[in-house]
Every structure is written in structure tokens, then in C-alpha cells.
Design a protein around this ligand. Sequence first.
Ligand SMILES: [Ca+2]
Ligand SMILES: [Ca+2]
Ligand SMILES: [Ca+2]
Length: 184
Amino acid sequence: MAPLMPCLPFCGVVDNDTDGDGLTDSQETGLGLSSNDESDVQNITIQGTRYYLIDTTQDGIYDSCYYPPSNLYPCSYSSSEYLIDIDGDTEWDYLYSPVTTSIRPYTNGQDNSDSEGFPLMYIIIIVVVIVGVVGVVVFLLYRYGYIGIEEELVYETPEQPQQPIQPQQPEDLLGPEDPLDFER
Ligand SMILES: [Ca+2]
Ligand SMILES: [Ca+2]
Ligand SMILES: [Ca+2]
């Protein structure tokens, strides 16, 4: 009789991913998926986290978003794209396109009642930033003397220099010369 081989941990319970779609056979069984059909699971990565779109009804359209081990989030197919709610708050968060396999945030107004207020908030922020920047620039220009408050120029009429008073010559005090003096 051959000796019994010691069974390693998890011996005989290896959970294979038979169809290679990213979920193990036991996971697929638990979700009502086929472990022999890779088309019923599509893995997607949102903000670095791996999620799985799953087709539990086998109709070719994913009906839920699965986040292991036990979270199932709503998923809805609309206009060739999937709307995904990854936090279960009943508001769509992302759009996934199976054609381009791209994922982008869902910002269509219908998803978040607050979204209509975002543009006005952005405008206010932009205006405040612009005003702040202009204010700082003006302050710096003023601070370093590139601009300044223009002083009122006063043009004063220069005073006319006073004519110096010429001292009177002694001859002037004698009066007109008498022409007869030469004859004397
Ligand atoms: Ca699988
Ligand atoms: Ca499968
Ligand atoms: Ca959500």
C-alpha cells in the first residue's frame, strides 16, 4: 500500500480561472456567470482600482459592476456606453465605452444635482484669481516705482531779478556842464 502523500495547504481546492476572463471559477459561480465563457466579464480600471463589468443574464450586455470580493454596483447600458455607479449612491459616476475601452467621469448634469452649480463656481474662482493677480502685479509695479501717483505740476513764474540800483555819479549831481567854463 502506497503511503499517503501529505496534502499541502489548499490542496485540491485550487480556484482556477478556466476561461481566463479575470474571475475565478468559484467567483463566477457565485455571481451566476459562466466559468467557461470569457465574454461575460470585462475588467476595467477606475482610478487605479480594478472593477469587473459582468453579464449575469448572458444576453451580451453587462448588467452590474463587480468589485471583489462582494460589492456589486449598478451598471446601465445607454447609447453604446455603460453608466457605472461605483459607490452605490444611485448616481452615475463613470462612463465606459466598450468600443474604445475608455473610461471618463460622468458629468452630464443628470448625474449630480450639484453639477449645474459648478460652472458658476468656476467662473467666480477664475474672476477672483484674475483680480488677485492683477492686484499683485499693480502693487509690485507701484512698489518698485514703475507706476506712481502723478504729482500735480505747478509752474511758477520765476521772479524777475531786480535791477541793481546804480549809484549816482558825482557828475550827475552837478547838473549840466556850463559850456562857458572852457572859456574862462
Ligand atoms: Ca473566469
Ligand atoms: Ca466567465
Ligand atoms: Ca455614484
